[in-house]
Write a protein that binds this ligand. Structure first.
Ligand SMILES: NC(=O)C1=CN([C@@H]2O[C@H](COP(=O)(O)OP(=O)(O)OC[C@H]3O[C@@H](n4cnc5c(N)ncnc54)[C@H](O)[C@@H]3O)[C@@H](O)[C@H]2O)C=CC1
Ligand SMILES: O=C(O)CCC(=O)C(=O)O
Length: 541
């Protein structure tokens, strides 16, 4: 099995891109199917070929993950934190090869991918701090009250423990920050969960490079080999079997609504259903208030077009819907956005399939009898999406649910509303969203305040005078939202709170000190902040 000869660089291989996946400590060439990445900029296929895992290989990855679970979750926090930092360093040590490979496989430009690498590494390092800090364990101690009347109180101590091995499906649109070592992997590993990652077929070489970096960190840190595996799938069979495997206890996914729903169904039908954290589709309404439009309509139009063009619109936070009350100020905004868009270039899309879906989505809007084109960007080459802006009335939008579907790429729809009440009805009709942006001036505050309750019900992040693209990795970030923006709006995939999705609480009742986990002992040897008798007690001196 492992140890296949490297493919020479002249044939598209390199010392570290060999067409291999990782089953624990083994490097393995798959045997099922055969696929190569396509460079969406040139249309050429990229060597080497990647073959999918067999069911036996998947079984081995899951078995190893399960065997690694108890030893890995029992590690001292410092050891787990150092492991996360070692992954970050190994990713940086790959150097430019990682950026060049990701550019070739995704068509994304260098500065974007360098930024994304920084975010990926920063995210791993941030989770190392979360692990050291220990507050994510949510430690609570309610000491016994033997004298309490009429009944004595038991001694209760609570901590969060990891769920078990996690399946992570890498996203196509963020080949680093939402992929093999992306947010889901970082938060799962930080929580103490081994990870079996399923590479996205669009960027197998990038996945292999990053997978090897994680495998090396596992080995160098002396961890059980099953803490991390990376598998390829030549179709959907292996990904589906991964979700169905009884040793997998949670799933992280970013991709299409169809794919996310398919995995949710599998997870629900298991003998033991498990949580699926799927980020799927979102059109991210942008609400332009009258005062803001009058005050700086042109400036907002520029900001909107910049956000819409980012990553060729292939952000789940892309502004796909503009809501405003009709009038002269909205017309000025539309004229400004339209002329900025007309001067914009078509952008390379991630895969031929995503490009095709975009073309079809734009065509659906273009051919809709109630939708008017406002502007299109310059025509492009093969696999390039032409940015487009359309408009419709609130009445038409409310009458056809298809107008609220995500078109993944640089396309947006302006919905002209007659008044505030109609705008509120449009908002109320929307499905769950990752973000909503309010553009307001001082004079709009009262109207904006009225919409906040409905926005809180609909979205995970409410922004003021900004756009949702470019998610800050920070403790107070929520990158999530009600269905279908995600399958479970109670959590976030970005920011330190993401660790919560892979944890569950356990209570220890009347357990002797010697049997308690260290962090719950009276002596608090790990020095973690705790809630004792309902009051915060700092851990470290
Ligand atoms: N809103 C968002 O965040 C994103 C939306 N998309 C949407 O998804 C479309 C396709 O893009 P992809 O990234 O390829 O997403 P996708 O959902 O087709 O694939 C994502 C991953 O899930 C796997 N997968 C998909 N369906 C599956 C199934 N039924 N069973 C088992 N595994 C399955 C794929 O092999 C891949 O690894 C885009 O055109 C866009 O519409 C894509 C990326 C992000
Ligand atoms: O806007 C961002 O930075 C992240 C977007 C995202 O999560 C996605 O497109 O999948």
């Amino acid at each position: 099995m492992g140890g296949a000869a490297p493919i020479p660089a002249s044939q598209g291989g390199s010392d570290v891109i060999n067409g291999e996946m990782f089953i624990g400590s083994r490097s393995v060439r798959g045997t099922s199917g055969e696929a190569r990445a396509v460079n969406p900029t040139t249309g050429e296929t990229i060597e080497p070929a990647y073959r999918g895992a067999t069911l036996a290989e998947l079984d081995e990855a899951c078995r190893l993950a399960w065997e690694a679970f108890d030893p890995y979750r029992s590690l001292e926090p410092e050891a787990r934190a150092k492991f996360l930092e070692a992954i970050a360093q190994n990713i940086l040590d790959i150097g430019d090869e990682l950026i060049e490979r990701a550019m070739a496989e995704s068509g994304l430009p260098r500065p974007r991918l360098e930024g994304e690498r920084g975010r990926t590494v920063g995210q791993l390092r941030l989770f190392a701090q979360v692990v050291r800090d220990g507050r994510y364990l949510n430690l609570r101690i309610d000491p016994a009250q033997p004298e309490r009347k009429p009944l004595p109180r038991v001694d209760l101590r609570l901590r969060m423990i990891p769920l078990g091995p996690v399946a992570v499906f890498g996203a196509s649109n963020f080949p680093l920050a939402f992929s093999v070592a992306g947010g889901d992997t970082a938060s799962a590993l930080a929580a103490g969960c081994p990870v079996v990652a399923k590479a996205h077929p669009a960027h197998p070489g990038t996945s292999e490079l990053v997978g090897r970096a994680i495998q090396k960190a596992v080995q160098d840190s002396g961890l059980p080999e099953g803490v991390f595996s990376l598998i390829f799938d030549s179709g959907y069979e292996i990904g589906q079997a991964l979700v169905a495997d009884p040793r997998i206890k949670a799933v992280g996914f970013t991709g299409s609504r169809r794919g996310g729903l398919a995995l949710m169904k599998i997870a629900q039908r298991r003998d033991e259903p498990i949580p699926v954290y799927a980020e799927m589709s979102s059109i991210n309404p942008v609400i332009l208030f009258p005062g803001a439009l009058v005050e700086r309509g042109e400036q907002i139009a520029q900001g909107f077009v910049t956000s819409l063009l980012m990553g060729s619109g292939q952000f789940c936070t892309s502004p796909g819907l503009i809501l405003a009350i009709e009038g002269e100020a909205l017309d000025t905004f539309i004229a400004g956005a339209g002329s900025a868009l007309e001067n914009s270039n078509a952008g390379t899309m991630l895969t031929p399939g995503i490009h095709q879906a975009y073309v079809e989505g734009v065509e659906r809007l273009r051919s809709h009898t109630q939708v008017k084109p406002i502007a299109h960007g310059k025509a492009g080459e093969r696999y390039q999406g032409v940015p487009s802006l359309f408009s419709t009335s609130a009445e038409a939008f409310l009458a056809d649910k298809a107008l609220a579907e995500e078109v993944f790429g640089s396309t947006s729809l302006v919905v002209r509303c007659r008044d505030e009440a109609e705008l509120a009805r449009v908002l109320d009709s929307l499905e769950g969203q990752l973000t909503a942006s309010l553009h307001i001036a001082e004079a709009d505050h009262d109207d904006a305040r009225k919409l906040i309750p409905v926005l809180e019900r609909k979205v995970g992040r409410i922004l003021v005078n900004g756009f949702g693209t470019g998610v800050e990795v920070a403790p107070a970030m929520v990158h999530g939202g009600p269905f279908p923006s995600t399958s479970d709006g109670r959590s976030t995939s970005v920011g330190t709170l993401a660790i919560d999705r892979f944890l569950r609480p356990v209570s220890y009742q009347d357990m002797p000190e010697a049997l308690l986990p260290a962090e719950l002992r009276d002596s608090n040897p790990l020095g973690i902040d705790r809630l004792v008798d309902g009051k915060p007690v700092p851990g470290a001196a």
